[in-house]
Design a protein around this ligand. Sequence first.
Ligand SMILES: Nc1ncnc2c1ncn2[C@@H]1O[C@H](COP(=O)(O)OP(=O)(O)OP(=O)(O)O)[C@@H](O)[C@H]1O
Length: 270
Amino acid sequence: MEAGVLRVRDLSTGYRNRDVVRGLSLPDLAAGQTLSLLGPNAAGKSTLLRALAGLQPARGSIELGGTELIGLPLAEHARRVTYMPQTLPQRVALTVLEAVIGALRATPPEGIEHGTDAITRRAVEVLERIGIAHLAMEGLDHLSGGQRQLASLAQALVRRPRVLLLDEPTSALDLNYQLRVMQLVREAAREWGMTVIMVLHDLALAARWSDRIVLLSHGTVAAAGNPVEALTPDVLARVYNVRARVETCSRGTLQILVDDVFTAPDKEDT
Ligand SMILES: Nc1ncnc2c1ncn2[C@@H]1O[C@H](COP(=O)(O)OP(=O)(O)OP(=O)(O)O)[C@@H](O)[C@H]1O
């Protein structure tokens, strides 16, 4: 297998004998590529992400550069794969900088220098890159929701993992930061050869910033491919019960215009 390729095949995972994700395969992802996972509430996106992070039992195969991750000890899994959950820790008596340094020390990635200076430098660098260096000495419990989300992203990015999993990383961010974060994640992915899988609800953001899109419905793949292939009016009707147009704007990005919501939406999942 090509070095660094992430290959997910026939993956099943769920809760107490109920599979939420069933026999799912993803498009192979080369190092540096970004995939967005879309789909209705309760489709199984977060469950899939947690399984990819090794945080819940799964059957099937998750191979990274030819190494099977299912069955690896969690510490070994976490050395390769970093996961940023949807819900953020609330009351933590740490400054932003301490939290980012702590994330780096908790499971030191391969190849990191162990000196305090090197670790602090790397933490400050990531805060600068995200644009929150001014919050370094601020307590986490004094931050706004959006600031906390950015701090959490810093904790994930500082590790420069081979695989980065982000669960709705822009849900609390204003328009400016949404775009900055998406741009930064894609740049970092290409620069470090990091594979990114993120759950998003914003189809336009996903279309603009992803190499691959997967639409999940009832725990299986409803559509997959590049944004143009995956986001078609037919697929959106099937997955979201909406009548939508997909148009390319003058700058070449996809625009999704929803004209109508079907009156009897399929709420089987929720
Ligand atoms: N800890 C849990 N125990 C039991 N069932 C769970 C648990 N977490 C999620 N589920 C169930 O698994 C299904 C998928 O949930 P999941 O959170 O993966 O969906 P999602 O696609 O991420 O949804 P959303 O877009 O609303 O965040 C839902 O039916 C949910 O009720």
